[in-house]
Write a protein that binds this ligand. Sequence first.
Ligand code: ARG
Length: 460
Amino acid sequence: MALWGGRFKSEMADIVKEFNASIGFDSRMYREDILGSIAHVTMLSEQGIVSAEEKDKIIEGLRSIEKKIDAGEISFTVEDEDIHMAVESRLIEEIGDAGKKLHTARSRNDQCQVDGRLYLKREIDEILRLIFGLEDVILEKAEKYADSISVGFTHIQHAQPITIGFMFMAYFQMFRRDAERLMDTRKRMDLNPLGACALAGTTLPIDRFRTSELLGFSGPTENAMDSVSDRDYALEFLADASIGMMHLSRWAEEFAWYNSSEFSYIAIDDSYCTGSSIMPQKKNPDMAELLRGKCGRVYGDLMQLLTVMKGTPLAYNKDFQEDKEGLFDAVDTWKASLAIFAGMLDKTEFRMDMIEKQLEKGFLNATDIAEHLASSGIPFREAHGIVGRMVRLCEEKGCSLEDLGDADLASVDARLNKAMLGDISIPACVAKRDSYGGTAPAEVRRQVASGREWLESMVM
Ligand code: ARG
């Protein structure tokens, strides 16, 4: 009979046991569950609710169970139902009657929330470390490619020349926001639900501030009913993970494009590609594609929990047991994706010979010319029209803007001549885009230095 079986005449049907059990997935949190129990019984003994001897016995029993689980000596079955009852029933087996006092003034409703929050705090720290590792690779590459010029696109059309370092620093900002968002989520979830009990607190003289201190939470949650009903922390994490995966997926998409024979801007290292079982020549960017695909999976995890929560009344409902698998999946997927992406990025070099050929196409310096004319007093809207006509002339003649001579320019606008355009070579245009946040090498170096400063303040 289950630990809660007193009022039941008969056992659960086997099929119900299977359907009801969460042990198949929540056993992942056994360390957190045991940690929570140790803090709980320590507080119970300090409050005179259990004796010091009982507390010592319970803690010793819990530690021994933890060691056995670590060593793979305990195997769980659906009879255990969930990790909370699995540990409690093992404890009673191990130390006898004293073990029956552990569940005083707590419920699985608050317990599963303590475990979930402790687990997620630890995983968030791990994910932050992975993001910082990726940022480090990005900074290194940004520095290396601070002067290297490539094509900047809008609408997947050649737009303006940019430095590759600049493009790296754009992604740096995205991942920095991911880290900051995660730290913010962590702060909000750093409250201890233990002692909320089933839904309404307890008549026993517990000290929730003490268990909070023992478990490293900044304090207890404020309202017991909210504590057992709330899954916002998991939803926030899943939203963070979805945004983080979206960033990885966007860059992965660019990797797949840049690696194609049409672009050939990069060659993804062999160690991050796979082959084809039929086409011997193939080298496919599977990691980039999988990263894109796994983003969809994490969005699914978020949508699943949002949908589970919608329409659930206060307080605990068994629906909430469905909060875990998607959460674990998102944690695993995001961690693996960050590691894969950082590894792939680290090994990727840009093929400047191929990129240079593209710089001649698409009139990348058109805006620079218009801005140059504007700085010599022609209103920008007029300058825009003049350069537009220059582009049309180039298309007719099959040449680039640099090739237009004095006569061509005068035919576009009487005020124009070649000297007036100044240096419109691509490197000169890039060097002049030095507005704060711009693409000029000097400005990229400033961005790298500021990014480095932030990163160092994070990983101290
Ligand atoms: N295993 C459950 C969960 O993960 C916790 C148990 C609460 N169950 C209950 N009948 N009060 O959500």
